[in-house]
Design a binder for this molecule. Sequence first.
Ligand code: IFM
Length: 762
Amino acid sequence: MVDHYTIFEQDNHIWIGESSYDPAFEAKTESLFALCNGNIGIRSVSMLPSLYGKRGLYASGLFHQAHPSEVTELVNCPDPVECRVTADGIKLSPDSPWLESYRREFCPDTAELRFSMIFGLPGKRRLEVRETRLVSFANARLILQKISLKSLAGDFERLELTSLLNGQSMNEGVSHFSEVICRVYDREVMHLEARLEEETLSLMQICCGNREEDGPPLYALFRRGISEQTALSLKEGEERIFLRCSSLMVRKRREDNIYEQREELKDAARKGFDFLQEKHRYFLRMHQKRCEYRIEGATLEERAILSFARYHLLGMMPWNRTDCSIASKGLTGEGYRGHVFWDTEIFILPFFSLHFAEQSRNLLIYRYHGLAGAREKAEQFRYQGAMYPWESAADGREETPRYAALNIHTGKANPVWSGLKEHHVGADIVYAIRQYVDETGDRSFLKEYGYEMVFEIAAFWVSRAVWDPDRKQRVILDIIGPDEYTEHIDNNAYTNYMAAFCVKLALEYLKEAEKEAPDICRRLKTEQQKTGWEQFLREIYLPVPNEDGIIPQDDTFLGKEELPDIRKYREAPVRQTVLRDYSRKQIEEMQVLKQADTVMLLNMFPTLFTPEVVKKNVRYYEARTIHDSSLSYCAHALACAAIGEKKLAWKYFQNSLHIDLNDRAPDSVDGIHGAAMGGIWNCMEQGFAGISFSGGVLSVNPHLPDHWKSVEVTLQVQGKPVLVKVTHTEVEVTTPTTEGDELAVAVGGTQAVLKDHLNLPL
Ligand code: IFM
């Protein structure tokens, strides 16, 4: 149960709210309630600036390196939502002593945010300042604010409402703009242009709601910004409403026309808030229809967080683009500098595969564009093929910072080894390619992009493994697997199996590729590589369960001491407290995991080991995992659901639900955890409802929690909507259209063909 946030329903929509202003939660809530439409994301900062906020507006794929000593990061764009209000000379802000009440509420169903602040001012006067805000799903560059000023008691002689376009925005003290130029068009459109090396940001705004008696608005320039001020008076009970329309465009080329942007904005302002809100809701609804869900028996909080996860997934997808991907924090904050990790392919992509396969394709094409960078990295480290970066930004170059957290023992910054040694990301990309192709049968993707990536990543693994004369096998040394508390280890089981998977798939695909894409095969000299791939598969060392049935996470893991007081760290309200007591080196010498590692392998290849071995390993590794990464609980929930450990599955699912929406103020201040959002959805859909789709067969093997009576989800399978309803006793599958290929459905041991409706007992 979450205390800090209240959850309620209004007009058939779920709302999540804060009912007081708490500086400690300011930055966290800004991330949680961030408004994102996949193109832009804006943190839910109050329009009246607060001392504790972290203001941020981000555009998908807009990265920049401010200085050669800095890493490339997602740019914090100029702020279009800031407003200042003074009431007869008194400056209003959530931090002011005049604040009487405060509410910030967010609706994940309509992607709307609303604020209400009441200020009790001298002379027993009370002023309410309200705002409804949305980032349009209908027009990807539009931000709307409906602002209301209302006198609840007393008269106000002079209220000043000042709207700003503020180019002083920075990424934690670093400005990215070489120049900021502002002006006004036609005495109504404020314009700010912020220059980066290659792109220019064009931010425009129109404020409507002025009356003649207010006099003309006053425009003014300030350093790196422009403002528009309206002065008005308000009698007791009177309310004035203003509309602010802003539009953000990233100009990469001269053809990105600001004239068009201006006309579009004027048109939006003319149409008014209600019309634009309707349109926004309609477009969002279109997306939601492809991932509709209903759970009978779920609590309001469970439904709220599932909707919250779905909203964030929809909000982080750069719709219909292939030049960028999804950052680990989506567009909600600057954590991990907006970089893209394996989170996207392994935790987030499955949601899109089952509902928006064409968008999964785009995410994979983004990786294709990164091939050149991945090849360069491989060359730099003297490997073959493509070595994908652990963290990426605009292209395939490695972006992992070299140093991060402090080493308490040396007093110096710890090097970040994952950029150098965590290599499984390439294999994760191949895994996602296979999943996408299995689900869609999209051979054109393979011909244009997939074959080349798979062959190049396979070539990397072949060159990465070395011959071990003692084992008489090929081994992968000095590596980091998914568990980042275990650095510099040899033969991480997850990595070795994934490497073998890549090479095996490359050989499988090669047969088709020779016919379908002979020029790629020629260019990559696959004929010559083939024998090396076959030899690799014969020789690669794949760890097997020991006499106790435990698969060694790496060569030395099972021989290490256990962390004596693991409970303390598992139960700590703050993550990674183990690093306060132990150095990285000490942790490496212990059987302690930051996050799911071998369990990931079991989730991704459920039939690789016997059910008995799977059970043993899930239990063994869970007992040694602190879950200090947001990726961990959902992986364990999935694993436990798969082995029928319903209670544990539920416990870890609950923990995943509360990764972001919790009472821990320091969590999520730098953005929500994108992988956890995907993980929550995957647990519900794949874990509990047991849905998967592969090789043209939709399989449903549910493990519903006891108190959920049924789960209904709408999937988009091979281009047609398919509704799956799962109860404790049966599975129903329905499609409103008989067009397209017939769909095979497997429930337990029974297989049937879906025409329009199927009902299969469990
Ligand atoms: O990709 C993850 C990694 O597995 C654990 N640390 C955080 C990264 C980004 O979410």
